[in-house]
Ligand binder design. Structure first.
Ligand code: C5P
Length: 228
């Protein structure tokens, strides 16, 4: 067993809008753990491809670029800041377009493979909270805590709509709902690392829960699993 394997990992997976990003950041900050926003890696890759004129289905070129990108997340896990080649791209990668592009590049096995070690390198003492779709199934299958957050597609679209409005970004509910459904379908049906709960994950449906109620439930799960 390599020493990295003794570093605890809390894997929080689920579809977009399930609240996993907010909850994962909150847990990382409360526990003083590192934080991996794996979706941001796919979003950054889609953005970089767009800027470099690489087609979103050019698997070979995208896999090569994934290895070269200079991506940095500032140390503070509560911050949503992301740097690409030193430039703050936090806002650009949160657009619907970058999200849709991310879901396309994420369906390519060569891209997922190229990003695998990069994600595992975030596992550093005292621990890691990893947010994504395949944290508990593929990237950290030995994670001590696996949580799968979900919610109805309508509720997730409503949350996403409010989030975009708050950030002053353009938002259309029907478009967001259609996009969420298309993305769920693509993420769940792809051949590599499809979106599904790990066999040993605890599934939490957040449709009827607000962030604080979700956080409370997740804290209990973490407490029970980390100190059984
Ligand atoms: O979580 P976020 O919405 O930022 O992720 C953007 C897209 O990246 C997702 O729709 C999904 O297709 C992809 N993704 C993935 N595996 C992850 C994280 C994100 O396939 N671990």
């Amino acid at each position: 067993m390599s020493s990295a394997c003794s570093v605890p990992v809390i894997a929080i997976d689920g579809p977009s809008g399930s609240g996993k990003g907010t909850i994962a950041r909150m847990m990382a900050s409360e526990l003083g753990f590192h934080f991996l926003d794996s979706g941001a890696l796919y979003r950054i890759l889609a953005l970089a491809a767009q800027r470099r004129g690489i087609a979103l289905d050019d698997e070979q070129a995208l896999a090569a670029v994934s290895g070269e990108l200079d991506i940095r997340f500032p140390a503070d896990s509560a911050s949503e800041q992301v740097l690409l080649d030193g430039e703050d791209v936090s806002r650009d990668i949160r657009s619907e377009e970058a999200g849709a592009g991310a879901s396309r590049v994420a369906a390519l096995p060569g891209v997922r493979q190229a990003l695998l070690e990069r994600q595992r390198a975030f596992r550093q003492p005292p621990g890691l909270v990893a947010d994504g779709r395949d944290m508990g199934t593929v990237v950290f299958p030995d994670a001590g805590v696996k949580i799968f957050l979900t919610a109805s597609s309508e509720e997730r679209a409503r949350r996403r709509y409010n989030q975009l409005k708050e950030k002053g970004l353009p938002a259309d509910y029907d478009e967001i709902l259609a996009d969420i459904r298309a993305r769920d379908e693509r993420d769940s049906s792809r051949s590599v690392a499809p979106l599904k709960p790990a066999r040993d994950a605890v599934v939490v449906d957040t449709t009827e829960l607000d962030i604080e109620a979700t956080a409370q439930r997740v804290r209990e799960i973490i407490k029970n699993r980390l100190n059984p």
